[in-house]
Ligand binder design. Sequence first.
Ligand code: R5P
Length: 258
Amino acid sequence: MDWGMKNRLARIINPKDNKTVMLAVDHGYFLGPVSKLEEPAKTIAPLISYADALMLTRGVLRASVDAASSVPIVLRVSGGNSIVGKDLSNESITVAMEDAIRLNVSAVALSIYVGSEHEHQTLVNLSRLVDEGQKYGIPVLAVTAVGKELAKRDARYLSLACRIAAELGAHFVKTYYCEDFGKVVKSCPVPLVIAGGPKLETELDALNIAHAAINEGASGVDMGRNIWQSSNPVGMIKAIRAIVHESASVKEAQKLLK
Ligand code: R5P
């Protein structure tokens, strides 16, 4: 791996413990003004100093994040669909690599929809993005999206999707936690981070998932709704940080919520 690529990855995944707490606020690219992210600047401001990286679109980055901020950016560069459209898997690359470079991002992120109607298109999107990333030293995060089929979140499907993403050259992969998650980690040769998914019933549920994922080999989280839709977003990101970077137990992490 070339120096620039290694350097950018090291800005996101802390080389001291090989872990990361990424804050995901890219949801608007297909969900619009989702609850608690109606005004991205207000959601991001209190949380940004606790995030190892921020995942978002170029529109929200330019409009809602101070350019003097030193937080590494993971730029969402796929889209072209919406929650009210026919098929969430019908995504294209929506940002030129030149614009990502202009924005000084540390990585670019794109969704793949394995097993969907547009599987081929999204996998070719990933391959092309990796080619571009290799050219300029920009790491690519592949997101194993499941669309509306939440039932796909099992180890068999996620192992398949994560492995394909890695085989096509993704430098790190974002997926979901599931039963037998260790199997997903073992068969994926690049670092894996987990999304939180829709807001869980309690904060404890989200902490349990983060803890289990780290114990089973995840390199961290790229979490959104379970942090900023919580009634205590700052407490929540602090608790997640303790689990990811300080090997805190769920009980210890829970204390940070108070
Ligand atoms: C998908 O909509 C986005 O890529 C999100 O960044 C991802 O799902 C992580 O956010 P959450 O933890 O809210 O699922």
